[in-house]
Design a protein around this ligand. Structure first.
Ligand code: TRP
Length: 388
């Protein structure tokens, strides 16, 4: 009796393993896909949290293809009544991308809404996901709370994890660089991949998330030191801020409220100036701008001991940030001189992306057996059936 149960179970497990193996598609290429909602200009939090790394990945030569998507349709899921904001920020985000070094020769930059195949994929994937599963998605839960939707969650917003799975799988992405808050989206995408591949045929590729490893980059606070840098909190330094605005924001920056006199010992944890220095300052920056210290550790030790004021630290941070931002701003100035060229690039990128998504959609429809007009077997089988 006992052994029979065991046998039964082991057979089932084997079947699961066989199914999983059958459902797994080994990717032929290494492909990156990532994206941003165009709801505002990009800021230093985006830069250290993802843009810097994306440029490195793009230039590493480790990837066969790189796609960066401007997720305007996703932005509209909670901005339906403010389409102008989304429309204007498509350009702002593109300018930010190009100014930090995302290179359209190496990375295909495209606009989500211009790829209708993504919406077809979304609607088929919706059949594989339950309402309860989306309700459990922690990112969706959090955002619903943050945005005070209460009972008025737009259906499109609620379904965006499914649409994001379509974005990722349409390009057969193997690698998805995102912030940590997006991990539940990737988990949901992988579930959809498994469900599709086991239900129909192995077509979709399992994506892997890549999150920032550097602790300082993970959560760059706003200049008020309160929370993550975020547009809605008005505590950002934007990549496109001019030098004077950046200096002003650094002067306002939250430090250690108990560090009243220069001679007082200071706290480095929770001190915004030091959080930024951790994310940006290199030993070369010390050599160039503040040779009294060899590195950040020495500066922090002095600050903690006491005898070091906030002002010189802020002046140093100012130099470091301006050194990082100068080339970005200069590049942006140049790009702003030829806006039609930016739209031409986006259109070419969107066309290229659409061809890739169309290929995947066609494989998806074949797998789902909704390919009536390219399936000669279906037509001949049914003819035979009725001719008898
Ligand atoms: N949800 C992402 C964000 O808010 C944007 C996004 C949309 C995305 N589709 C994607 C990111 C696909 C990675 C992959 O930042």
């Amino acid at each position: 009796m006992d052994s029979k149960t065991t046998e039964g179970q082991s057979t089932r497990v084997d079947e699961d393993a066989i199914n999983a193996a059958k459902a797994h598609v080994t990717p032929k290429e290494k492909i990156i896909l990532t994206g941003d909602r165009p709801t505002g200009r990009l800021h230093l939090g985006h830069y250290v949290g993802s843009l810097r790394e994306r440029v490195q990945m793009q230039n590493s030569g480790d990837y066969d293809r790189v796609f960066v998507m401007i997720a305007d349709a996703q932005a509209l899921t909670d901005n339906a009544h403010n389409p102008e904001k989304v429309r204007q920020n498509v350009l702002e985000v593109t300018l930010d991308y190009l100014s930090v070094g995302i290179d359209p020769e190496k990375t295909c930059i495209f606009i989500q809404s211009q790829i209708p195949e993504l919406f077809e994929l979304t609607s088929y994937y919706m059949d594989l996901v339950t309402v309860a599963r989306v309700q459990r998605n922690p990112t969706v839960k959090n955002e619903i709370r943050q945005k005070n939707f209460n009972a008025d969650v737009p259906l499109g917003f609620f379904c965006y994890p499914v649409s994001q799975a379509a974005d990722i799988t349409a390009f057969k992405a193997t690698t998805v660089p995102v912030g940590e808050d997006q991990l539940p989206m990737l988990e949901q995408a992988r579930e959809i991949v498994h469900s599709f591949n086991t239900t129909y045929a192995p077509v979709l590729i399992d994506p892997v998330a890549v999150v920032p490893t550097d602790a300082a980059a993970k959560r760059l606070p706003g200049i008020d030191g309160k929370a993550k840098m975020s547009k809605s909190l008005g505590n950002c330094i934007f990549l496109s801020d001019d030098a004077e605005t950046v200096s002003k924001k650094i002067k306002m920056m939250y430090t250690d409220p108990d560090h009243l006199r220069v001679s007082d010992p200071g706290k480095v944890e929770g001190n915004t100036v030091f959080s930024y220095l951790e994310a940006f300052a290199t030993d070369e920056d010390f050599e160039e701008f503040w040779p009294e210290y060899q590195n950040l550790q020495e500066l922090e030790d002095h600050y903690k001991r006491g005898g070091l004021g906030d002002m010189p630290c802020k002046r140093f941070l100012d130099k470091v940030l301006q050194k990082n931002l100068d080339p970005i701003r200069n590049r942006r100035k140049e790009l702003e001189q030829d806006i039609p060229a930016i739209y031409d690039m986006l259109q070419a990128g969107s066309r290229k992306a659409e061809a890739v998504a169309a290929q995947t959609l066609s494989e998806v429809k074949d797998a789902m057996r909704i390919n009536y007009f390219n399936d000669s077997e279906l037509v001949s089988d049914q003819s035979k059936r009725y001719q008898k």
